[in-house]
Design a protein around this ligand. Structure first.
Ligand SMILES: Nc1ncnc2c1ncn2[C@@H]1O[C@H](COP(=O)(O)OP(=O)(O)O)[C@@H](O)[C@H]1O
Ligand SMILES: [Mg+2]
Length: 283
C-alpha cells in the first residue's frame, strides 16, 4: 500500500515498465507517477535498475514492456521539455569548450541573442555568473556539476531527470548542490525526478520518495515527505519527522534485502553538518 496523497497532476507516468538486457531481467514491473512541479526521488540499492528507469523515462531506451507518458503523450524518443543531468560531469562537459559554450551547446540552433541571454541567466541561476569564459577543467568538481545543471536549465525544461547527480563530489559540496537544486526547483517551478542511493538525500530533496526493491526491481513503497520548505541541512535533518521517514525507508530497504537474500551495496546516510547556499536566480 502506498502512502501517497491522492490528488495531483502527473507530468510523467510509468505503467508496468519491465526491462531485460538480453536474459538479465533488470526491472521486473515498475509503475509510478511524478507529480508536476514537485520533486520526486527514487532510492534503491546499486544495480536495481535506477539508471535503466531514467534512460527509459528520458526516451533514450525503449522498455521491453510497459509504457511511459510525458504530459499527454506516450514517450517514443526524447520528449521536448525534458533534460537530464548525469553523475559524471567530467564525461558530460566538453573540455575544449568554455563554460558558456558548454551551456549553449544544446540550444545552439536558437538565435544568438536568445542563446547568450539564456546562457547568462542559467549560469547566474547556479551561482556561476562570472565563469562563462573559463574552461570546465579550470573549475572545481562542484562547479562543473553546476555547469551541467546550468546547461540543462538553458533548455528551459519542464522536467529535469537527474541520475545520482551529486555522487561524485565531496560531502560539503554535495550539501550545497542539494540546496541549489531545491532553490532552483522552487523558483523555476520545474518538475524533478532524482535518482540516488543515499537515503538522507532521497528524503531531504523530495516531497515523494519512490523506494525500489533489489533487482529485478519493483516499487516497494512510495512515501510522501511532509517536511517544511524551504529545507535546511541542519534543521530539516534534526526534525523528528525526517528521522521517522528515514527509519521507515531504511527498514523498507532492509526488509527487501533480507527477503531477496541479496547483498546490496550498502545504502548510507550522509552527515548533516553542511551549510546551504542560496544562489541568485535571475530567471
Ligand atoms: N547497457 C547495459 N547492458 C547490459 N546490462 C546492463 C546495461 N545497463 C545496466 N545493465 C544491468 O542492468 C541492471 C541494472 O543496472 P542499472 O540500471 O545501472 O542499476 P542502478 O542504476 O540501480 O545501479 C544491472 O544488472 C546492470 O548490470
Ligand atoms: Mg545507476
Amino acid at each position: 500500500m502506498n502512502e501517497t496523497r491522492d490528488h495531483f497532476t502527473s507530468l510523467l507516468s510509468l505503467s508496468d515498465v519491465r526491462h531485460s538486457y538480453n536474459d538479465n531481467l533488470a526491472v521486473k514491473r515498475v509503475s509510478f507517477e511524478v507529480p508536476e512541479h514537485g520533486l520526486s526521488s527514487i532510492v534503491g540499492p546499486s544495480g536495481c535498475g535506477k539508471s535503466t528507469l531514467l534512460r527509459i523515462c528520458s526516451g533514450l531506451m525503449t522498455p521491453t514492456a510497459g509504457g511511459v507518458r510525458f504530459g499527454d503523450e506516450p514517450v517514443n524518443g526524447v520528449p521536448v521539455g525534458l533534460a537530464m543531468v548525469l553523475q559524471d560531469y567530467s564525461r558530460s562537459l566538453f573540455p575544449w569548450l568554455r563554460v558558456g559554450g558548454n551551456v549553449e551547446f544544446p540550444i545552439r540552433r536558437l538565435p544568438k541573442a536568445e542563446r547568450t541571454s539564456r546562457m547568462h541567466a542559467s549560469l547566474e541561476a547556479v551561482g556561476l555568473a562570472d565563469k562563462s569564459r573559463h574552461y570546465p577543467w579550470q573549475l572545481s568538481g562542484g562547479m562543473q556539476q553546476r555547469v551541467a545543471i546550468a546547461r540543462a536549465l538553458a533548455f528551459r525544461p519542464r522536467m529535469l531527470l537527474m541520475d545520482e547527480p551529486f555522487a561524485s563530489v565531496d560531502a560539503q559540496t554535495r550539501a550545497e548542490l542539494e540546496d541549489l537544486l531545491l532553490t532552483l526547483q522552487r523558483e523555476l517551478k520545474i518538475t524533478v525526478l532524482v535518482v540516488t542511493h543515499d537515503i538522507d538525500e532521497s528524503i531531504y530533496l523530495a516531497d515523494r520518495v519512490i523506494v525500489l526493491s533489489p533487482p529485478p526491481s519493483v516499487v516497494t513503497r512510495i512515501v510522501d515527505v511532509d517536511l517544511p520548505s524551504p529545507r535546511d541541512q541542519l534543521r530539516t535533518k534534526a526534525d523528528p519527522e525526517f528521522q521517522r521517514i528515514r527509519a521507515k525507508v531504511t527498514q523498507l530497504l532492509k526488509d527487501d534485502a533480507g527477503a531477496t537474500g541479496s547483498v546490496a551495496t550498502p545504502l548510507h546516510a550522509t552527515s548533516s553538518n553542511n551549510l546551504p547556499t542560496s544562489p541568485s536566480a535571475d530567471w
